[in-house]
Design a protein around this ligand. Structure first.
Ligand SMILES: *[C@@H]1O[C@H](CO)[C@@H](O)[C@H](O)[C@H]1NC(C)=O
Ligand SMILES: *[C@@H]1O[C@H](CO)[C@@H](O)[C@H](O)[C@H]1NC(C)=O
Ligand SMILES: *[C@@H]1O[C@H](CO)[C@@H](O)[C@H](O)[C@H]1NC(C)=O
Length: 417
């Protein structure tokens, strides 16, 4: 089997992306093929995204160009779930290097396509270039014989836009959900692609006795937060080094280029209680505080979905954490693992969001901005949470897909509790 790894990798093209279905589809991994099938038969050219789709909270039409699914056995039975745009493939490579289990990522390409009846030559070219880039990453990862890196499961999703302005609306929560559909382990951890998991996470979860403790906790309603750090000097490679060197190296690193995540926004991560974590050897409980946005290990069958309406920038992860808290989650912190932020260029939509936020203009004047719409969604979500009626909004195409995947049927998923 080892010799035919590449050929066994799932390969599935949508007819829209490329006219011919590749021969390799016949030998595609069954799971990857089932996922690819979810995207067939849509006419997304007729439903190209415009700005109003966002302000009216309409789901967008998403297409899959290709699925890659490593046939290698899971190194650890825990799936890291993430999403990335084209320019972040290098971050994905770095995550893969310190993760030993399946790494499921939804990769995204927005395409401005003026025509409503055909894919432009430029769109096709961009798709093909991205397929080639991802393919190279996948093949390199598959042929890496160091034996300790992740098993990639990738889907390249693309969205057609009628309106160039709307292309900043990165559908982060939809992508997180689609990526999670590639997880078939009971444990998963959603970690944004710019965060590098410490090697110690894979080590502790690779130990059956230690993993059993996490499993029991997650199965019974706890999640385990990974404390997050960022760098304020040195480059991306420094972050990679800190992730490898282990918790014992952190006191020294904190005197150099490492610091706690987002010190200027303590509500994001301070609830983790970093002081306690530095000396903790056992998991400990923490209290959720408003706008906490941790990354954590959780039970696949108990992790709430992400609300697709939040896209572009702002509140997307916070909403899910708030809903998890409202549903009675016990928040615990893992003493073993941590994450290190890997520096990257700031996105344009983030800059615009923050500019609107700190503009001192009132919401009327900001109508039509990402900031204004996300804030209004957040207020409405807060009311629903308080009333106990909030449910993350999911696209119908998404739930239909989930229903078609055998590993998402509870009785076959090995899930209980
Ligand atoms: C191979 O895997 C090792 C260990 O995970 C990693 O450090 C290295 O960068 C990988 N090489 C490639 C070419 O991806
Ligand atoms: C951060 O958390 C610590 C420990 O829980 C607490 O003592 C401190 O007041 C918090 N700081 C901020 C700025 O919230
Ligand atoms: C988190 O959930 C608990 C238990 O349901 C609740 O008492 C608490 O008010 C929530 N915290 C916030 C900040 O909403």
């Amino acid at each position: 089997m080892i010799g035919t790894l590449a050929a066994l990798a799932a390969v599935a093209w949508t007819p829209l992306a490329l006219a011919q279905v590749s021969d390799e589809a016949a030998t595609a991994g069954a799971q990857g093929q089932l996922l690819a099938d979810c995207f067939k038969g849509q006419n997304c050219l007729a439903k190209r995204t415009a700005w109003e789709h966002f302000t009216d909270d309409l789901p967008s039409c998403m297409l899959a160009a290709r699925v890659w699914w490593s046939p290698r056995p899971a190194g650890i039975p825990v799936t890291l779930v993430t999403q990335a745009s084209a320019e972040r493939l290098d971050q994905l490579r770095a995550q893969c290097a310190t993760w030993r289990g399946p790494l499921a990522a939804a990769l995204y390409l927005p395409l401005y396509n003026p025509s409503s009846h055909e894919l432009s030559a430029e769109s096709k070219q961009k798709l093909q270039a991205m397929v080639a880039g991802i393919d190279e990453l996948f093949q390199k990862s598959e042929s890496n014989n160091s034996g300790s890196s992740c098993q990639l499961r990738l889907i390249l999703l693309y969205e057609l836009f009628a309106d160039q302005k709307a292309m900043v609306l990165y559908p982060v929560n939809s992508l997180r959900n689609w990526a999670r559909l590639m997880a078939d382990t009971d444990l998963l951890t959603n970690i944004d692609v710019d965060m590098i998991p410490s090697v110690s996470i894979s080590e502790v979860l690779g130990d059956a006795a230690q993993r059993a403790v996490y499993e029991e906790g997650c199965r019974t309603g706890s999640v385990y937060v990974w404390p997050a750090f960022e760098t304020h000097c040195a480059g991306a490679l420094y972050a990679d080094t800190v992730a490898v060197q282990g918790k014992g190296s952190l006191p020294e690193a904190l005197k150099k280029c490492l610091r706690r995540m987002r010190p200027k926004a303590p509500f994001s991560h301070n609830a983790t209680n970093y002081d306690k974590w530095m000396t903790a050897t056992e998991p400990y409980d923490i209290t959720y505080s408003p706008q906490f946005e941790p990354w954590f290990l959780s039970w696949r069958w108990g992790t709430l979905w992400y609300d697709y309406r939040y896209r572009g920038y702002g509140k997307n992860k916070i909403v899910q954490a708030a809903a998890m808290n409202a549903s009675g989650t016990t928040w615990r912190v893992s003493p073993d693992g941590y994450l290190v932020h890997r520096k990257h260029a700031e996105s344009r939509v983030r800059k615009e969001f923050l500019k609107a936020k700190f503009s001192k203009k009132d919401m009327d004047a900001l109508r039509g901005t990402v900031y204004e719409h996300v804030e209004s969604l957040w207020r409405a979500t807060g009311q629903e949470l308080a009333a106990g009626s909030y449910m993350a909004r999911l696209e119908r195409s998404f739930t239909r897909c989930m229903d078609s995947l055998p590993w998402w049927k509870r009785e076959q998923g090995g899930g209980s509790g």
